[in-house]
Each structure stands twice: as C-alpha cells, then as structure tokens.
Design a protein around this ligand. Sequence first.
Ligand code: PEP
Ligand code: MG
Length: 582
Amino acid sequence: METIIKGIPVSQGVAIGPAYVLGSVESKLPPSYLSDEEMIPGEVERFQQAVGTAQAEIEELKSRVQSEAMQDVGSIFEAHILILSDPSLHNEVLRRIQRNRMTAEYAVQCTFGEYVRGLKGKPFLNPRINDIQDIERRLLKAILGRHYEELHSLAREVVVIAHDLTPSQTAGMDRERILGFATDIGGTTGHTAIVARARELPAVVGLGSVSDTIQPGTEVILDGSRGILIIQPTESTRETYEKVRSDFHKFGAELLAEASQPAVTLDGCRVHVQGNIEFPHESESVLKNGADGIGLYRTEFIYIDNQGVPDEETHFAAYSRVVKALGGRPVTIRTLDLGSDKAFQLQDHDRLYLEKNPGLGLRAVRYCLANPDIFRAQIRAICRASAFGEVKMIIPMVSSREEVQKVMRMVRSIQERLADEGIPYDPHMKVGIMVEVPSVAITIDQFCDISEYFSIGTNDLTQYLLAVDRTNEQVAHIFRPDHPSVLRVLKYVIETAKANHVPVSLCGEMAGDPLFVLYLLGLGLRTFSVSPPQIPEVKKIIRSASLTAAEKVADDVASLSSARDVRNCLRAAAQDLLGLKI
Ligand code: PEP
Ligand code: MG
C-alpha cells in the first residue's frame, strides 16, 4: 500500500528507485574482553593497524572529492584525519585495551561512545557527532574486516535511507548510483544537507523513524523539492513522478541554457541576481548559473571545517580564490556569523555556547567584537582579497550604530596597517550591514550615513520579528515571511534605503522563492541574492514580468492583514502574470 511521509526538503529533485537501507550507526557490539593478558600487545597492534587503514581510506576519499573540484568538502576529511590522529583518543582506547583488557573493537566503541555522549551535552558541538560516528564506523570496519555499507561502490541505482548520514558518507556517495537520500533526522543547516546541495543530490531529512520501518529493496519515490518520501507508490503515482522528474530536468536544462541572459523586465528595468555561497568551490556553480556576482559568502564553514581558529592565510586563500574566480563581478563577504543555529567549535571559546538562549546571545558581530584577534584576522584577509576584484564586506546581526562604528574603526586601522606594510588592498572597499535584527530594520534611516549598503536577511528578520525559531520543525508553520509585519518592515527598509541612495539587496531564502520575486521587484528591490541553482529561475521570472505589474502586486499585498491572504494573492499573481503554479 502506498504511504507518504512528510519531512524537510533540503535538496531539490526527484529520485525513484529501490530503498537501500543503511544499518543504524547506533547498532552496538556486545561487550568483549581478552581472556589472557598476553593477548594485549596483539590487540594494540590490531587497533594501530586499523588507524592506519582508516587514515589511508580517508586520504583516498579526500583526493577523490578534490578531483571533483570539491576542495572544501575535502577539508571535512582533513578534520577527520586530525581527529583520528588525536593522541588523547588513542590513549583512551589503549588504556581500555591495556588496563581493562577490552578487545580493540569494544575499546573503540566505548571510547567513541563516551566522546559522543560528552558532545551531546554541548549542543554547539552536535554537528561534530556525525563526524565522530563516521570515524568510529570506519575504525570498526578496519578492525573487524566486516562489510560496512560502501556508498561509493554500489552495484545498482538506489535511494539511500538512513537514520542519519555523515558528511563524508554524503560526499563519498557514488553520484551515478545513488539517486538521492532520505534520513530520519537532520536539518537544513547540517553539513550533510550542505554537501547534498553542493552535489545536487535530491534529499529529504527529518522523516521520523523511516529507516526502522522500511524494508530494503522497497520501491520509493523521494521528492526533494516538496520534502516527501513515497513508499510503495502505485503505478499511477510512479507515472506522475516520472513525468515530474523529467520535467524537472527539462525545465532545469532550459533555464540553464538562458541563464547568462541579463535579468531585464519587459519594460526595461535591469535587476541583478547574485548567488549565496558557503564554500569557495561554489563560485563555479554561481558562474554556471549566470549570476551577477556573489551577494552573500557565508564564511562560517571556514571556522567549522577548521580545527581551531583559522588564521589569516586560511581566510585569505578562500576569499582570494572566490574573488579571482568571479573575474571582476562583485563578491560580498560576510564576516563570521557563528552562533545559534550556526554552531562550530573554537577551542578555548566554549564559554560562548553555554548560553541559555544563543539565538539572542553573544553571536555574530557581538562575538567578533568580543574576540578582536579572531575578527582582525578575518578582516585583514578580506581587505587583502579586495586587491583582486570588487569585494564588499558585510557585517551580520548588527543591532546598533555603535557596533557598526566599532567595526568601521577596526577596518580603517587594519587598512592603514596594510598600507604601512605595503600590502595591496582596495581602499574603496564598501562595508555594509545585514538588516536582520528588528531594531535596525525599524530605524534603518539612522544607518544610512554609516553603512555603504544594506543586505536584508529575511531568514533572521522573520525569526526575530515573529519570535519563531527558524530551525525548529515544531513551529515551522509559524515561520512565515509572508506575514504582514515582515512585509511592512521590508517595504520600509527598501523605500528608506532608496530615498537615501543606499544600495539594498535581499539575500534571505525569500529572494529565491518564485512566490515572492514579483512582489519584491514591485517593492523596489533591484538586487536579489539566492542559492546558485535558483538563479536561472529568478532571472527568468524577472524577464517575464513588467515592473508596472510587479508594482501593482506590491500595492495589492500592502493592504492585506493575514499571511494566508498574502500567499493567496501572490499565488494568483504568479499564476496570472507568469503562468506559474505555486
Ligand atoms: C538571513 O538571515 O536571512 C541570512 C541570509 O543569513 P543566514 O541565513 O546565514 O542567517
Ligand atoms: Mg542571518
């Protein structure tokens, strides 16, 4: 019987095929001890050999993804190699073998289990759990020689179903055979989801306990755009989805073919559509999809993938690569926006994460100003990268003028220092702010003299205006960028910026949602920044619309008092003016 399960869509596309169910990472080995003390040296040897084998495997995976031009994903494996060679981890395993006479595999399981339990107590380190379990799995496989699922060498096309997947499993997936994946847990901001998008693998996460209930080999349909998994589809559902899949590919290919055409409305208004990236290698996708630059380079992953605080050279290598690749198109680099949902591990800075309410805590620019050395290294690298093209620097989570003034003073003093040192930089590099905290949005007129441009972050702006956690699936239905309060604030920010001649762009998810493109255009927005695969569609919508019609849509919506009415109005406009069924 056909069953439909709803989850969280994290990577677009349709996959149809047999389920390949991965065993739970949690499945445990029974306790096992050495019967004789003399067996200890042999057991130590087994462990050490396993470490060598695991290291060699990870090196191989790393070079494979690097040859696929996914250097940044490769840095995940670098982190794995570092964890695997951590002496304290080795000592713990060896202690268990030598003192407690555990077998190598049981000692590994106990040590990693303890490590993971420790991390679970620190929510900010949760993203690391996947990595730790991945290394444990690899070590156990090396010790036991057991067949663990190898997602990079499958014999046939499958849809992977798992409780959870690690980033390295996702990065190592055989793209020819793995059509997509579905997991019980996970969220859109996890590494696994990011890697899925980077590899254009359809994916749905947060499906509950599907990996426990589904029988291996059962036919499934995964719809990564709507976030659903259909188990045992009927013939007619299958036919429908085969068509959806082929239309998706056809539509994507058509959009891509015209992606390089400029986004000009029917009545001649030029709009800029830029890309949002997390990793330097995504600049290739940005260019392929016809972007007019990068409107948001989220730099958090430089910190997440780095063991410890990244130095200036690490920052500089990433930024200069992106700026050079963009060949003169603008690149907007956002300074560190860690905290809240963007967790990471900085040694000696754990204090940050013990906050009770991190979404409202010492995050982003607040953290940077409290840790000037970490911040200075990043700003210096951004300034240095500005010598290679048009770079803009953007400050996240600003909530007061004073913060902007402090950052500006730092930028100026860093630039003076660079000049003294004879290091090139662009003295005209623009510095702007993210408009994502309500205090800034509703007093935006007071930021026009100290910010050279504004980038509206509707993900956080919606979260803070509506007091709804953007990552909590239980309140996802209340997270509504179509809420009249959000729209009213957007209108005010865009109009005020224009009246004061401050350039304004919008880089939240809303900018890439076909439902809102006409509306935002009508409000006066002329720079959109969206995830690279969305660029061609946004450009096409703009090319198919007239500014006059878009302005009418914005006017019509202004008087509505419920999110539902707004959505219906925008849906009708998309259908009537663009022929889109949303
Ligand atoms: C936003 O808040 O809308 C935004 C673009 O930034 P992020 O999603 O990285 O918080
Ligand atoms: Mg934000």
